[in-house]
Design a protein around this ligand. Structure first.
Ligand SMILES: Cc1cc2nc3c(=O)[nH]c(=O)nc-3n(C[C@H](O)[C@H](O)[C@H](O)COP(=O)(O)OP(=O)(O)OC[C@H]3O[C@@H](n4cnc5c(N)ncnc54)[C@H](O)[C@@H]3O)c2cc1C
Length: 387
């Protein structure tokens, strides 16, 4: 079997990469070890701003619940309200829709696990568990935060792999809880290094998650603690004893990991595998990778040099935001709960206009943080400069 572009991972970034490559004229195979089953993708919320930024429209057929914004809650309970429309989605329907569009664009969907992708002639030879070898001019690794393909080929696609936030997210049911209209992000030691989240999904459905940096992959104890904290927090509004945990999703969120080496000869890395966290960002990056790959195949030169425009395009569009987002997150991670409380009280008074994409919010929050607590500025600058 041979193709122009082989994409490993029918993730948001992988589907986008495959579709854009096929639309640009390449013969594309999209390979996933779970193709044909229901994917185990945990991400099920987004802000509209991020989606529009990725050039996507919000489509009703996968939206389960509309949200008006988010509330950031400090350890002591001070809340900062941020109006920013968002959605809770049915992830299976979302994936099915975009896979169908990929197929319509000419992408061949295959079920199989890629094991290695060594160089072979002018392209690569992808070894799979069940389909034998597939030859490709360009391989795009979109296999998620634990993806091995690029790493096996000697690339370090994540600049700060130690800063992946490990997550555990409970899908819960409680009468009426899903009808709330705001995401709630709890920051501070409840979920060190990033956030604990409440995402209402409509009706009785919601998720409660913790995303923790610097405490290993097993963050279940943080989730248990957060669930208890959340029950107390909502006890005046609901009969929280009735809350049922339906299932628990786990995984990594590359929120502060940043991309590093994302291009090599005949090889590109995109999405969470390349430190590009968030569905919409992953989709936008995948789209860029796919187009550049198709162009390189057409030109007959799939060398690193000819695939590098992808790296440059990404850095031009997102590099600054990601670095500022990381610097803000690292600075927040170094603050004690009491300090976060004081900061939140200051920020709540300032009526922050934190709209737009997540990283734009991170950027604005960083500026606000620096204004409210000038002594955080050296730490912010250091984290930013180290990028
Ligand atoms: C618990 C949790 C909740 C999250 N919630 C949100 C959210 O609400 N909103 C948001 O924007 N982001 C969220 N994120 C982050 C988000 O999941 C990722 O940023 C986003 O999915 C981008 O990942 P991806 O598209 O690169 O890869 P993934 O979604 O991780 O998909 C990787 C795919 O590659 C396949 N694969 C892996 N290895 C191989 C192989 N060797 N061969 C073949 N196939 C392979 C897998 O089967 C999988 O389908 C969450 C993360 C976690 C862990």
């Amino acid at each position: 079997m041979n193709c122009d572009v082989l994409v490993v991972g029918a993730s948001p970034s992988g589907i986008a990469a495959a579709t854009s490559s096929a639309k640009a004229g390449a013969e594309v195979i999209l390979l996933d070890k779970e193709m044909g089953e229901s994917f185990d993708h945990p991400a099920n919320t987004f802000f509209d701003g991020m989606f529009f930024r990725a050039g996507l429209a919000v489509e009703r057929e996968y939206v389960l619940h509309d949200l008006d914004g988010m509330r950031i809650i400090s350890p002591g309970g001070c809340a900062i309200e941020i109006p920013a429309p968002g959605r809770f989605i049915d992830r299976s329907r979302f994936d099915a829709l975009y896979l169908e569009r990929a197929e319509r664009a000419g992408v061949e969907l295959m079920r199989g696990m890629a094991k290695k992708a060594p160089l072979a002639g002018s392209g690569r030879r992808v070894e799979t568990d069940n389909l034998g070898e597939i030859g490709a001019q360009v391989v795009i690794d979109a296999s998620g935060v634990d993806g091995m393909i690029a790493r096996q080929e000697g690339l370090s696609p994540l600049r700060h792999p130690e800063d992946v936030a490990w997550a555990a997210e409970a899908v819960v049911e409680l009468a009426g809880l899903g009808e709330e209209r705001r995401f709630e992000y709890f920051i501070g030691s409840i979920s060190p290094g990033w956030k604990a989240t409440f995402s209402p999904g409509g009706g009785d459905l919601a998720t409660l998650g913790v995303f923790v940096r610097g405490h290993g992959r097993d963050v279940r104890a943080y989730l248990d603690r957060f669930v208890e904290h959340f029950k107390k927090y909502k006890s005046a509004d609901y009969d929280v004893r009735e809350m049922k945990i339906v299932s628990i999703n786990r995984g990594g969120d590359a929120i502060a990991a940043l991309p590093d080496e994302i291009v090599s000869d005949s090889l590109m890395v995109t999405g969470a595998a390349a430190g590009m966290s968030g569905m919409a960002y992953a989709i936008r990056a995948g789209g860029m990778a796919g187009e550049v790959a198709a162009g390189a195949v057409e030109s007959g030169d799939v060398s690193k040099r000819n695939l590098s425009p992808y790296d440059r395009l990404w850095r031009r569009e997102f590099g600054l935001e990601y670095r500022m987002g990381r610097a803000s997150l690292l600075t927040l991670g170094r603050m004690a709960d009491e300090e976060i409380d004081r900061l939140a009280a200051d920020l709540a008074k300032r009526n922050l206009a934190l709209s737009g994409t997540f990283f734009r919010k991170g950027f604005s929050a960083g500026i606000a943080l620096a204004r409210a607590r000038p002594r955080t500025i050296p730490g912010l600058i250091k984290s930013f400069a180290e990028g």
